[in-house]
Design a protein around this ligand. Structure first.
Ligand SMILES: [Zn+2]
Length: 332
């Protein structure tokens, strides 16, 4: 499938503006998760496209539900990250990539406390494959949307370190800066080049490559922020904006522009890697399920009940958190 640049431009622009109006849903922040899942749909082959397009709203909107769950369900949080620095070894060859071998070496407790995102992506891929095998549209959509979330998280540099919000290096707030503020300000200019989804021979290895590639960006994420802070000055680093009738402290546009330029398209590259990987996983699960025809599902429409349940979960996670989780949005 080929997509013209003009289409890409209008598509990303309209998505950007519709998300930007949802100022209350800030938190790869809400904007990025939705954009990643939505865009991945268009990389799918014809046999899958109609069904996914028909339900694109759900795929997009429920991409953020796993984050709400971090505040509601014990054991959810570690599925979103992996603190590679806590292994204190050469991460490239010392951590066994299979869960079984990693447990033998480190124990379940240690692995869980360091975060388990690559293994969780792999385990979600089995659930999605099963949903395809069972021809269960509700589960196909649920697992597609959710695996999209975890894949997107795995591609974020600050989801691969215990210094996830710059709290260990006096850079509080950098998490939201990188994955929300920059995306909100600059997605409009991104060229989200489309490549068709391709089959993954080794999905677990792909999940590990994602976290390693993200981790390789970490040095520049942190060191460039320090450099730009020195250049712009602490006093011009932040400004105030009206959000939801409240004055909110934000990174100033001037600071964001300088930081974003210095990162040299890094956010855009991670965004594109996420989109491609999400589409690749959806496609691979469908192939592994025996490429079942989705024609009989192409008229399936998500029930009001499912939409409502998703909304309730988001609301509960925001208003009645019962579990303490990493706060990424805090600036200071
Ligand atoms: Zn997450």
């Amino acid at each position: 499938m080929t997509h013209s640049k003009i289409f890409i431009y209008f598509f990303s622009t309209s998505v950007f503006f519709s998300f930007f109006s949802e100022k209350s849903e800030k938190k790869w922040g809400f904007t990025a998760h939705k954009l990643i899942n939505r865009t991945a749909v268009f990389l799918l082959p014809q046999e899958m496209l109609a069904f996914y397009k028909q339900n694109i709203q759900l795929i997009e909107e429920s991409s953020v539900n796993p984050d709400a769950r971090r505040y509601l369900i014990e054991g959810e949080a570690p599925k979103h990250y992996i603190d590679l620095d806590l292994y204190k070894e050469d991460v490239n060859d010392s951590i066994p990539i299979t869960w079984k071998k990693a447990v033998e070496k480190y124990s379940v407790d240690s692995l869980t406390s360091f975060g388990i995102v690559p293994w969780h992506i792999y385990s979600m891929s089995f659930r999605l494959t099963k949903a395809f095998e069972q021809n269960n549209p509700e589960l196909i959509l649920k697992y597609s949307a959710e695996i999209g979330h975890y894949i997107a998280d795995a591609n974020v540099p600050l989801h691969t370190t215990s210094n996830y919000n710059g709290q260990l290096t006096n850079q509080y707030g950098i998490h939201g800066l990188w994955e929300s503020r920059l995306v909100e300000l600059f997605t409009d200019d991104y060229d989200l080049l489309f490549e068709d989804a391709t089959y993954l021979d080794n999905p677990l290895k792909t999940a590990w490559s994602a976290v390693r590639n993200a981790n390789a960006c970490l040095d520049s994420v942190l060191s460039i922020e320090k450099l730009i802070t020195e250049k712009i000055g602490e006093d011009k680093k932040f400004s105030f904006e009206e959000r939801n009738n409240a004055t909110t402290k934000v990174y100033s546009t001037k600071f964001c522009e300088a930081y974003h330029n210095a990162l040299n398209n890094q956010v855009e590259r991670r965004l594109r890697a996420s989109i491609k990987m999400v589409a690749d996983f959806w496609f691979t699960c469908w192939v592994n399920a025996g490429q079942p025809s989705l024609n009989n599902l192409s008229n399936y429409k998500t029930s009001e009940k499912v939409v409502e349940l998703n909304k309730q979960e988001l609301l509960k996670g925001k208003q009645n958190p019962i579990i303490k989780s990493r706060k990424h949005e805090i600036i200071e």
